[in-house]
Structure formats: C-alpha cells, structure tokens
Design a protein around this ligand. Structure first.
Ligand code: UDP
Ligand code: MG
Length: 342
C-alpha cells in the first residue's frame, strides 16, 4: 500500500467495503439488482464503493451503469474492451477495488445481497475470507445440480488445493487476501481454485441460492465443460498421472494376454484364432493413446497460452464520479479527502 493511500485510510474513520459486480448483458437485471443492493448497503456501518465491471455487454448495460455513476454515490464503472469472460471480469474488479474488504457478487441476484451485512459482521470478527456455501440451488435443472455436485467432488479429490464444495464466487475477502490473490499472475484464471489456493482464516456461511431474477445464464454446457476441464487442469497434474497409470495397466494386460497366447499355443496346443480380440485390443489401446495425448495436449496448450504473457483483460474506460465516491453517514467528507489524496 503506498503512502498516499495510507494517508487516505487515516482520513477515513470507517473501513471501506468494495462490492465487485461482473456484468455481461444484464440490462434487464440491473434495475432489480440496484433496487435490492442499495438498501442493504445503506444499513452497513462501513463506507462502501461498488465496482461494476462491464464485460463487453452489447445490450446497453454499460450505459445504464454510466447513468448510475452520475446518480448514485459510490459506483464506479470499469468497462472492458470486449467480453473476456467472468474470470477476467472478476480479476478486473479486484484490481480496481480499493476497499479494506471486497465482496464479489453476481448481478443476476442469484447471490442475495441481503447476506452482505452478515458477511461484513463475520469479517469484523477477524477472518480473512467469508465463503458463501450453497445449501440449495433453486431454479437450476436437476442435471446441472447433479453435474455441479459431481464436478466439485472430483475437483476436491484430484487437487491438492482444498477447493471447498458448493461455493461459487460469492464471497468476502480481506485486503490481504485480495492482494495475495492479485499476485497470482497466471493467465488461465480459474478463480475458485485461486481463491482456495491462498488459504488464510476462512469462515463459511450457508445460504440458499435463488433462481436468476431475469435474463439467461451466460453458461451453456460446452462452456461449463470447458470451465470444468480448466478447473481440473489448472489445479492439478493428476490427470497426467491417470494417463500414465491407465497406460501401465493397459500395457500389463496386453503383456499378460500375449504370454497367455504363447502358453496356450505351446503347452495346450491350441492355435489362437484372434481376429476379434485383436480388433478389441487395438481400439482399446488406440482410445487410451488418444485420451492420453489429449490430456498432455491440455497442459501443453495451457503452457503455450501462459507463455504469451498477454494481459488478462483490456480496460476501455473507467467512469466514476470523483466527488461522490463513498456513502458514509457519519463522515461525508472522508470520501472527498480520499479522492484528493489519491
Ligand atoms: N458474467 C460476466 N462475463 C461473462 C459471463 C458472465 O461478467 O462472460 C457475469 C454475469 O453478468 C453475472 C455473473 O457473471 O453477473 C454470473 O453469470 P451467470 O449468471 O450467467 O452464471 P451462472 O450463475 O449461471 O453460473
Ligand atoms: Mg447466475
């Protein structure tokens, strides 16, 4: 933290909470979101700012947020130059957040903003991370719930990083947690894994996940499968080990089978008529080889993408109202002093 920001912190009496909201084509959602989030923020005993990251929306979401910036104190728009994906949007939000604590929340109201005060209370007891764990996922298909359940368990089995089950991006992180997270410079940003990697004291609050209030989910199944492969390969090399083990097993079975054929022919005098079994073995081994090459390819591809060292996202513009940065009931001047200091 640089000196000027430290000065600003002293000027402020209350801690600053940043709310980071990734937004991609949520024009229908935003008015509902705003209607629910602001009354909740108003009840907090902290200063706050809201960083809304427009992830290349094409439905006018950015214009709506620009209007919000002028009409509501504390809102900032970070507009990305195109759609970079939620993981990149979250990274942009975290890099632009200045709070002593940061809460990540979806714009679609699936993460109820009414939980924010409880999260802040929990943070004030001294914990660095407050995780919101889904007790239920209303409004999602049985298949999605089942596949999510399976994925989270598979992930926690394969990875040495303990990625908590049934938690999404809805969480609070202390400034220390955010700073550590932002030091992880990888381009493939599987945020749930990165969040878990940092460790630190964590408390879990359970909640019921609501259905989306309007609009459609941005995830289709191919996208989710991609995210799942990303998750598995980002945080573990055990798929490579599986390939080795399956290869070893297949080779052993093949060798034993070969010995068996020789023994059968020489000892028992039975000539082998092996065409069907040959076809079966060749296709089995061919399948395993392709699978293994695919797994290796995933890691090679990842290394290739990382080696390019491209930025995770490109910011087109940041829009904020410099004189109305925070809502603070007791010390309305604090925000302005902070602005001048920085
Ligand atoms: N989102 C984003 N960029 C994307 C896709 C989604 O910023 O490329 C945002 C979206 O606007 C929402 C949040 O990420 O605020 C969660 O998206 P969504 O509801 O589609 O995902 P789900 O809840 O179905 O996992
Ligand atoms: Mg959603």
């Amino acid at each position: 933290m640089n000196q000027r920001v430290e000065f600003a912190d002293k000027a402020r009496e209350k801690p600053l909470l940043s709310i980071v909201v990734p937004v991609f084509n949520e024009r229908a959602m935003l008015p509902l979101f705003v209607k629910r989030v602001f009354p909740t923020l108003g009840t907090l005993d902290v200063c706050w700012e809201m960083v809304m990251v427009d992830d290349g929306s094409t439905d006018g979401s950015a214009d709506y947020i620009k209007d919000l910036v002028t009409s509501k104190p504390g809102v900032r728009l970070v507009k990305l130059s195109r759609n970079f994906g939620k993981e990149a949007a979250l990274t942009a939000g975290l890099e632009n957040a200045r709070g002593d604590a940061v809460i990540i929340i979806d714009a679609d109201l699936q993460d109820p903003p009414e939980h924010i005060p409880a999260m802040v209370d929990c943070w004030r007891t001294g914990t660095d991370v407050v995780l919101m764990q889904r007790r239920s996922r209303a409004g999602e298909t049985l298949f999605k719930r089942w596949s999510a359940h399976l994925f989270y368990r598979l992930l926690s089995r394969t990875s040495r990083t303990d990625i908590p089950v049934d938690t999404g991006d809805f969480r609070l992180m202390s400034r220390m947690a955010v700073d550590i997270l932002l030091q992880l410079k990888e381009r493939n940003r599987y945020m749930k894994g990165l969040f878990a990697w940092i460790g630190l004291p964590t408390q879990v609050i359970q909640y019921d996940r609501d259905p989306r209030a309007a609009g459609d989910t941005k995830w289709d199944y191919p996208g989710l499968v991609g995210l799942a492969i990303e998750g598995l390969t980002s945080f573990s090399v055990s798929p490579l080990r599986w390939a080795t083990i399956i290869g070893l097993l297949a080779a052993s079975v093949g060798a034993l089978f070969g010995v068996w054929i020789v023994v059968k022919a020489m000892v028992l005098g039975v000539a082998t008529s092996g065409y069907p079994s040959l076809v079966a073995i060749i296709s089995f081994l061919g399948g395993i080889q392709l699978l293994s090459i695919g797994i290796v390819g995933e890691y090679v591809g990842k290394t290739y993408m990382e080696s390019k060292q491209r930025p995770v996202y490109v910011t087109e513009e940041v829009v904020e109202n410099p004189h109305r940065r925070y809502q603070s009931s007791e010390n309305p001047q604090a925000g302005e002093r902070y602005v001048k200091a920085v």
